[in-house]
Design a protein around this ligand. Structure first.
Ligand SMILES: [Mg+2]
Length: 173
């Protein structure tokens, strides 16, 4: 079952969304942007539903932070808001949100949009996996090494821990 993270300061609103989606998905809720950011980096979510208006850190700021981290930047984010004006929608999409859902929710529309973006994410992951694996041996290729080491480097810097690399030449190639 694909995992979805809802980041919303309103427990009522999060519960509404969860009720719409929990038949088909494994849905988690974070009530603050801080918690959302932490969980997004630690668990494997296929989609994030993100409320724009929240105290402390708002949805736009969290979206930017998610985009900056290699481990979270490919997770699709759908923004949720009652602010249906064009400017907010534009701002969110420019920042990298894949879609926009406005309150009050229509269950069928929420489901349809979520299903579409989960499907697209699945295809993208599959293509990415294929592009980072050696076809003959099934072993990770150079592209995977470059991406993975950059992500680990960033993670080590964030956690302030040492970063080491070991290289083994196994075939003198
Ligand atoms: Mg809110």
């Amino acid at each position: 079952m694909e995992k979805i993270l809802i980041v919303d300061d309103s427990a009522v609103q999060a519960a509404q969304l969860k009720a719409i989606l929990e038949d088909e998905y494994d849905v988690s809720v974070a009530q603050t942007a801080e918690d959302g950011l932490r969980r997004a980096g630690a668990e494997h979510f296929s989609l994030i539903l993100l409320d724009v208006v929240m105290p402390d850190m708002d949805g736009f700021t969290l979206l930017k932070k998610l985009q900056e981290e290699i481990i979270t930047q490919s997770i699709p984010v759908i923004l949720i808001t009652s602010l249906s004006d064009v400017e907010h929608e534009q701002h969110g999409l420019v920042l990298g949100a894949v879609d926009y859902i406005t309150k009050p929710f229509n269950a069928l529309i929420v489901k349809a949009r979520v299903n579409t973006h989960i499907k697209l994410y699945r295809y993208r992951c599959q293509a990415e996996r294929q592009s980072m694996t050696d076809q003959l041996t099934g072993i990770a290729n150079r592209r995977k090494y470059e991406r993975y080491s950059a992500a680990k480097w960033q993670e080590a810097a964030r956690l302030q821990v040492p970063f080491s690399v070991c290289m083994f030449d196994i075939d003198h190639y």
